[in-house]
Every structure is written in structure tokens, then in C-alpha cells.
Write a protein that binds this ligand. Structure first.
Ligand SMILES: *Cc1c(COP(=O)(O)O)cnc(C)c1O
Length: 399
């Protein structure tokens, strides 16, 4: 215990301590944080569906009808018709043969990679992939070769090097939209490579699902290569406003995962309310309201990002609703986040290990329900706070 207390004190000294806060209210543009109303700029509820009455009603009806729990893993007490309906919907959405629902994005990434890859195999993984992909690579015991962020040439060099002694399966795994940078994977070029080197391409579209592409099918739709992705992973807890995750893939992949994927096999399945909300969310995302919300989100993202860019701030190459503002090292980052909170703006300072040393940032996320004036005002306040910061930190100093 004493040891852990010391560890926590060391983290606090380094500006690296993490702690929890209490909020009240739905994940809308404004919430109450520790009793005070603030502008919420750190929710992944991009399309406002987490507070949407259609989803809430679907969830409530499913609970009243079928109860609150699924009782066991699907291999033990069976699938609900709702699991199957949701999976059919997801497969159709991604244009895949089949789909499998997981309990969270974290469970999906660990379970997909552990279930499909083994010690003979190689996983080529982008340097900025989500932590759950990194953990999935570890659990799979495959050799993992990390390529520099979005660097297709470096990836090809690695693949060429490995080609002569190839034994097992090869996977290329990437976030569609990178969660901390808000930039996108070069999916068409990755698809070229996977075809040339006979690999499988897996895209984690936690932040693209519902948001990107004309019909919300995600990053690959936006980049015109939806049908070239082998393994579409996506989540239900961000733009889709609920909870859970999925893989859309060929039938044989889903069948193997049902037999091998430990987070799928050894965990109680999602309950009726969550499944019904997800089905309602896909209905909404695919319709006119979804299209409208996506367009609104893009416009509001620009209202927020344009002045930041014009002020010379480094937005880490973001082109999406995730807008990071590079600040450098932990202390100035956390000081800026605290100063912003003081002014009623709630966003997170992001530090290692979530991002690499010297790449700390404020990470803002835009929602379709945000008020444009409030976004413009928030951008102005961020500029003011960062320029007023006593030690502008390029992140290059020792630390
Ligand atoms: C949030 C996220 C996950 C995890 O999804 P959860 O459903 O929250 O567990 C996986 N991958 C990426 C890129 C994410 O941003």
C-alpha cells in the first residue's frame, strides 16, 4: 500500500496523475461538472445519439419486454433474436457476409486479434494505433511489427524485408480515424499493399463509424474503399450513442471467432436494452436525420478548428471531429486544461502513455448538437489561454 501511495505521489509531481470527475446530465453540449455547468468538449457522442429519445425508447421497451440481463455468454445460454438482428444490420451496413457483436471496443480488438492471429503470424501495426489494438497484438502472441504513423512506404519496406521468410498469415491493422490525432489512415494505399502481399486489412473505425462517408459507413466509405477492407471493427459507444462493438467480416472469420475469441466466449453478452438501442441507432444513422447530423458535424468542426489553425496552433494533422491542440509536456497541458475549465470549457489534457513523450495535447471533440457560437467562443478562449501560457512548450526540452 505504502508503495502505491508513493507511486501516486510521483505521478502527481510529474503532472501525470489521473483522477475521476462527476458529471450530471446527458452527454450533450452542456453538462454539470462537479455541480457547475460547462461546455462539454470531450465526449465522443458525435451525433448526439446518446441522448436521443428514439434510442432511449427502444432501450426502455426492450428492457420492459425482455428484462435487463442476457444471463450468460451466448455460447452458454444462447443468442437473443436482438443479437442476430443487430448483426444482420451491421453486416449489411458494411457490405460484409457476417458480423459479430462484442461487449466493447476494447473487448473486440483484444478478442479479434487474439482469435485470429498466432505465433506464426505477423501483425503490421500503425505506431499510433489504439491501446486495445496493442493489447490484442500482445494477446495474440503474433510477431508485431510497428510501422511509423501512416507511413505506407515504411510499411512496404518492412513487408519486403519479411517476405522471403514468410510462414503464417499477415495482418495490417490500423485505426480508421486515429483517436488522439483525428487524422485518417491511408486506407486505399494500405489496401493496395495488403493485396500485393496477400495480407488481411483490419480497420478499427471506432471514430469513423456513423460519422464519415456519405451514408455513415465510416472511414473506408469516405475514402472510397469500403469493399477492400477484410475486417471492419467498429464501436457502438461513440457516434452510435450506446455501448458495445462489432466486427463485420467474412462468415468463416466470424465462425472462428465464436470458437476462439476469449472475450466473446468468456463474457456475458450485451443485454436487450443495449442491443435495441444499437439497432435504433443504425436505423437513424442510415436515414435522413443521420445524413443531416453528419453534415452539421462537419460544418461545426470547421467553425471550431479554422480559428485555431489561423492562430498558428498545431492540430496534429486532424481532418475530423477530433481536434487535438498540441501543447508539449504534461504540466503546461494540465495547466491549460485547468484554466479552460475555470472558464467553463471542459476538455481533457492528454499525456503519455496515451500519446508519446513531448506530444501532450488538449483534445477537443465536436458534436453535431454543439452551438456554433459557443464553439467559436471556445476556440477564442483556447487561443487566449494557450498564448497567455507563461511557458509555451514546443515539447522538445528534456523532461
Ligand atoms: C474508444 C476506442 C476503442 C475502444 O472502444 P470501447 O467501446 O470504448 O471499449 C477502440 N479503438 C479505438 C480507436 C477507440 O477510440
Amino acid at each position: 500500500m505504502e508503495n502505491w501511495r508513493r507511486n501516486l505521489e510521483e505521478l502527481a509531481r510529474a503532472g501525470m496523475l489521473r483522477s475521476l470527475r462527476t458529471i450530471e446530465g446527458v452527454q450533450g453540449p452542456r453538462v454539470r461538472l462537479d455541480g457547475r455547468e460547462v461546455l462539454l468538449l470531450c465526449s465522443n457522442n458525435y451525433l448526439g445519439l446518446a441522448g436521443h429519445p428514439l434510442l432511449a425508447r427502444a432501450a426502455a421497451a426492450a428492457s420492459l419486454d425482455l428484462g435487463t440481463g442476457s444471463g450468460a455468454s451466448r455460447l452458454v445460454s444462447g443468442s437473443l433474436a436482438l443479437h442476430e438482428e443487430l448483426e444482420e444490420r451491421i453486416a449489411a451496413f458494411k457490405g460484409s457476409e457476417a458480423a459479430l457483436v462484442f461487449n466493447s471496443g476494447y473487448a473486440a480488438n483484444t478478442g479479434i486479434l487474439q482469435g485470429l492471429a498466432g505465433p506464426e503470424d505477423i501483425i503490421f501495426s500503425d505506431a499510433l494505433n489504439h491501446a486495445s489494438i496493442i493489447d490484442g497484438c500482445r494477446l495474440s502472441r503474433a510477431r508485431t511489427l510497428v510501422y511509423p504513423h501512416r507511413d505506407v512506404d515504411a510499411l512496404e519496406t518492412l513487408m519486403k524485408r519479411e517476405w522471403p521468410q514468410r510462414r503464417g498469415r499477415w495482418f495490417i491493422v490500423t485505426d480508421g480515424v486515429f483517436s488522439m490525432d483525428g487524422d485518417m489512415a491511408p486506407l486505399p494505399a494500405l489496401a493496395d499493399l495488403k493485396e500485393h502481399y496477400d495480407a488481411l486489412l483490419m480497420v478499427d473505425d471506432a471514430h469513423g463509424t456513423g460519422v464519415l462517408g456519405a451514408t455513415g459507413r465510416g472511414s473506408a466509405e469516405a475514402l472510397g474503399c469500403l469493399h477492400r477492407i477484410d475486417l471492419h471493427m467498429g464501436t457502438l459507444g461513440k457516434a452510435l450513442g450506446g455501448f458495445g462493438a462489432f466486427l463485420a467480416a467474412p462468415r468463416v472469420v466470424v465462425d472462428i471467432l465464436v470458437n476462439r475469441s476469449r472475450p466473446f466466449i468468456f463474457s456475458t453478452s450485451l443485454p436487450p436494452a443495449v442491443l435495441a438501442a444499437a439497432i435504433a441507432a443504425f436505423e437513424l444513422v442510415g436515414g435522413e436525420e443521420g445524413r443531416h447530423r453528419r453534415a452539421t458535424l462537419q460544418a461545426k468542426r470547421e467553425i471550431f478548428a479554422a480559428p485555431l489553425r489561423a492562430a498558428g496552433l498545431d492540430l496534429c494533422g486532424s481532418t475530423t471531429q477530433i481536434v487535438p491542440i498540441l501543447t508539449g509536456s504534461p504540466h503546461p497541458t494540465m495547466a491549460a486544461a485547468a484554466a479552460l475549465l475555470e472558464k467553463g470549457i471542459f476538455l481533457q489534457g492528454i499525456r503519455p502513455p496515451t500519446v508519446s513523450e513531448g506530444r501532450c495535447r488538449l483534445r477537443a471533440t465536436i458534436m453535431s448538437d454543439h452551438d456554433p457560437q459557443e464553439l467559436a467562443q471556445a476556440a477564442a478562449t483556447i487561443i487566449e489561454v494557450l498564448h497567455a501560457s507563461p511557458s509555451p512548450d514546443p515539447g522538445s526540452g528534456p523532461h
